[in-house]
Design a protein around this ligand. Structure first.
Ligand code: ADP
Ligand code: MG
Length: 287
C-alpha cells in the first residue's frame, strides 16, 4: 500500500494531488435526507462542510442523533449524499473504498474464528499468500499486545482484548483513512484510556488520516489535532477547534494539563447547548 506523500515541492512537472494540499477527506455542503415510514423526509445532515488533511487526526463530537454515524457512512461510501459532495483523496466517493478502514462501537470480529484467523482474514481477502498473511497477522497481534492469545476465540477475551483484535484487523490492511465510530464507548474507563493510548501509538506509526466520532468531548480533545462540533440534528458544523496539545500524548494524564482544561471549557460552551436540545427532544419522544 502506498503512503501519502509529504507536501513538498517536487521536480516532477505533474506533482501528486497531495502536494497541492488536497484534503484526504472533504465534505462540501453535504445534506442527507432519509425517507420516513410515513413517506416524508428526515434531514439528518444539512450543509455540512468538513475536511481532513492527509495524516490528520480529526474528532467529530456531537449529541446522540446529530448525524455522526451518517457522516462516516458517506465517507465510507455506504450512503450517498442527497446534496453536496463527498471526496476522498481528491475524488468523489463511489462505492466501498479499500483504502478505508472502519472500526465500529460493536465488535466486528468473527465469533467462530480465533484471534489469528480473525486478523488474517483481511490480507487473505486481499489476495495475500497464506504464509505472508499469517506472518503479518502474528506481527500485528504482537503489536497490539496480544502475543500468546492467537488461539483464543472472541468469547474467551475481555472487551478490551476484543478491541485490540479489531485494531489489529484494521491496521494490518494499512488503511490510508481510518473511520472510527465511538469505538471505545462500551469499555470501562481504565481500559478505554489504555485503548486510546494504543490507538495514538498505532496511528503515529502509520500515515492514516482519521475521523474519530464520539459524544465524549474529553476523548475528542485527548486524541485529535482538530475537533469538529456538530449541532443537534440536522447535523451541521457548529465549531472547529485546533487542538494544540503536544504529542506524544498520554491520555490518562493530558486531561489535567491547564491547556486541556482551557480547550475543554471553550468547546463545551459550544457543545452544551446542542446536548440540551438533543436531551429535550428525547424526553419529549419518551412522553
Ligand atoms: N437509514 C436511516 N433511515 C432513516 N433515518 C436514519 C437512518 N440512519 C440514521 N437515521 C436518522 O438520522 C439521524 C442521525 O443518525 P446518526 O448518524 O446515526 O446519529 P449519531 O451517530 O450522531 O447518533 C437520527 O435521527 C437517525 O434516526
Ligand atoms: Mg452513531
Amino acid at each position: 500500500m502506498s503512503t501519502i506523500k509529504p507536501m513538498t515541492n517536487s521536480s516532477n512537472n505533474t506533482p501528486s494531488a497531495y502536494e497541492h494540499g488536497t484534503p484526504a477527506i472533504e465534505l462540501q455542503n453535504v445534506t442527507k435526507l432519509f425517507r420516513t415510514p410515513s413517506g416524508g423526509a428526515y434531514t439528518a445532515l444539512q450543509n455540512l462542510t468538513l475536511s481532513v488533511a492527509p495524516g490528520e487526526f480529526c474528532a467529530v463530537v456531537g449529541p446522540t442523533g446529530c448525524g455522526k454515524s451518517t457522516t462516516l457512512s458517506l465517507i465510507a461510501g455506504l450512503e450517498r449524499p442527497s446534496a453536496g459532495e463527498v471526496q476522498v483523496m481528491g475524488k468523489p466517493v463511489q462505492g466501498i473504498d479499500p483504502r478505508i478502514g472502519y472500526v465500529f462501537q460493536t465488535d466486528a470480529v468473527f465469533p467462530w474464528k480465533n484471534v489469528l484467523r480473525n486478523v488474517t482474514t483481511g490480507p487473505l481477502f486481499r489476495g495475500q499468500s497464506k504464509a505472508d498473511a499469517l506472518k503479518s497477522a502474528r506481527d500485528w497481534i504482537a503489536r497490539v499486545g496480544l502475543a500468546g492469545f492467537e488461539d483464543r476465540y472472541p468469547h474467551q477475551l475481555s472487551g478490551g482484548m476484543r478491541k485490540r483484535v479489531a485494531l489489529a484487523q484494521t491496521f494490518i490492511n494499512g488503511p490510508q483513512i481510518l473511520l472510527m465510530d465511538e469505538p471505545f464507548s462500551a469499555l470501562d474507563v481504565q481500559t478505554r484510556t489504555m485503548m486510546e493510548d494504543e490507538l495514538l501509538n498505532l496511528w503515529a506509526s502509520s500515515s492514516a488520516s482519521v475521523v474519530f466520532v464520539t459524544h465524549d468531548l474529553e476523548e475528542a480533545i485527548s486524541l485529535a489535532d482538530r475537533v469538529y462540533v456538530i449541532t443537534a440534528g440536522p447535523g451541521t458544523i457548529k465549531g472547529i477547534y485546533h487542538i494544540d496539545l503536544p504529542r506524544p500524548r498520554h491520555v490518562a494524564e493530558i486531561r489535567f494539563e491547564p491547556r486541556f482544561v482551557q480547550l475543554y471549557q471553550e468547546i463545551w460552551e459550544d457543545l452544551r447547548n446542542e446536548v440540551v436540545i438533543s436531551y429535550e427532544r428525547t424526553k419529549q419522544k419518551g412522553r
